[in-house]
Design a protein. Structure first.
Length: 324
């Protein structure tokens, strides 16, 4: 039986979370408050910038709370006094103590961008692409004190193909997950009654993306590197050093699988189709790249201006450790 509109608190920070906040604003449910991370310095000027969720909440005239932590008893009491039916968390970035988990009448729901228990943690979209998964999705779960370990209420799946980037998958999962969330809220007691326990033995961890990871190690095989380039597009963007230039690599494709005598990182040829680089196993054709001070361009555009930089025989450098 459909349940009446709920009194909702929303907690989220990045653009992905803003998709879900917008769906709730447009829904029948009553939004009591929005929690988001404190404003952070960003850009060359390091000026404080509000999160996408804060911008949207303010446009909607919603109360916004930005605690540094929710471990403080006074902050927990403030949230409890809102008397919410449910707290919905989407990529918030703060740990919820037990006092917060227990405050809403129906507990707390998390919208997670993977098919749990695979890819618990901070970067499920990127890690799924990087690992070569053939599908991923959205899981809506009842939160508990663990890291993405709560009982699952509903899932929706989507394929990952050879053209999928973190950017395209981000948008696809946002579009798929918003109607699923509203569906769950529309009959929440029934979904909670049918909730499924996760199989912890199947769990994998999606660690946070660190910028040094984006350095290309040409000793790795071409297929792995191609997946990594898609996974790190649009952030932090894979890169390598050629001469004194730091080259960002936005798009590439595998063009060979057999070993070549030239060393890893060696440019084999460069034409309008791409810059072909030898890898530990196989070859990679870079089709979209970016030079310092410039914008991302096709290989043809880059070669028209800087063809000598990518002459056959020149060699990209791998990280000093030989690992990315």
């Amino acid at each position: 039986m459909p349940c009446p509109p709920l009194r909702v608190i929303f907690a989220g920070t990045p653009e992905f979370a803003a998709f879900y906040l917008k769906a709730l604003i447009d829904s029948e449910h009553q939004l009591l408050a929005v929690y988001t991370q404190p404003d952070r310095p960003a850009g060359r000027g390091k000026k404080l910038q509000a999160s996408p969720v804060k911008h949207l909440a303010q446009e909607g005239g919603l109360p916004v709370y930005q605690p540094v932590s929710l471990k403080d008893i006074a902050e927990q009491q403030k949230l409890t006094e809102l008397a919410a039916d449910i707290l919905i968390v989407v990529a918030y970035g703060l740990i919820l103590p037990q006092g917060v988990l227990d405050a809403p009448r129906l507990g707390c729901l998390n919208v997670h961008a993977s098919l749990l228990p695979r890819w618990r943690g901070a970067a499920p979209i990127q890690r799924a692409i990087e690992a070569g998964d053939h599908e991923t999705g959205i899981t809506i779960m009842q939160m508990d004190a663990g890291l993405d370990t709560g009982e699952m209420l509903a899932t929706v799946t989507t394929p990952i193909d050879d053209n999928t980037t973190a950017a395209s998958l981000h948008d696809k999962l946002a579009a798929l997950g918003t109607p699923l969330l509203l569906q769950v809220l529309g009959d929440l007691p029934a979904y909670q009654h049918r909730a499924c326990t996760q199989g912890n033995e199947l769990a994998t961890y999606a660690s946070k993306i660190l910028k040094p990871e984006a350095a290309i190690d040409w000793h790795q095989n071409a297929q792995l590197l191609e997946r990594k380039i898609r996974a790190f597009n649009p952030f932090p963007v894979c890169f390598s050093t050629l001469g004194n230039e730091r080259v960002k690599i936005w798009q590439a494709k595998v063009v060979g699988s057999i070993a070549m005598p030239e060393g890893p990182g060696t440019i084999l040829r460069a034409d309008q189709q791409g810059v072909v680089v030898n890898c530990g196993a196989g070859q990679l054709s870079i089709t979209r790249l970016q030079l310092p001070g410039g914008k991302p361009l096709s290989a043809q555009q880059i070669l028209n201006a800087r063809g000598a930089l990518f002459a056959p025989g020149r060699k990209f450098c791998s990280p000093p450790t030989g690992r990315s």
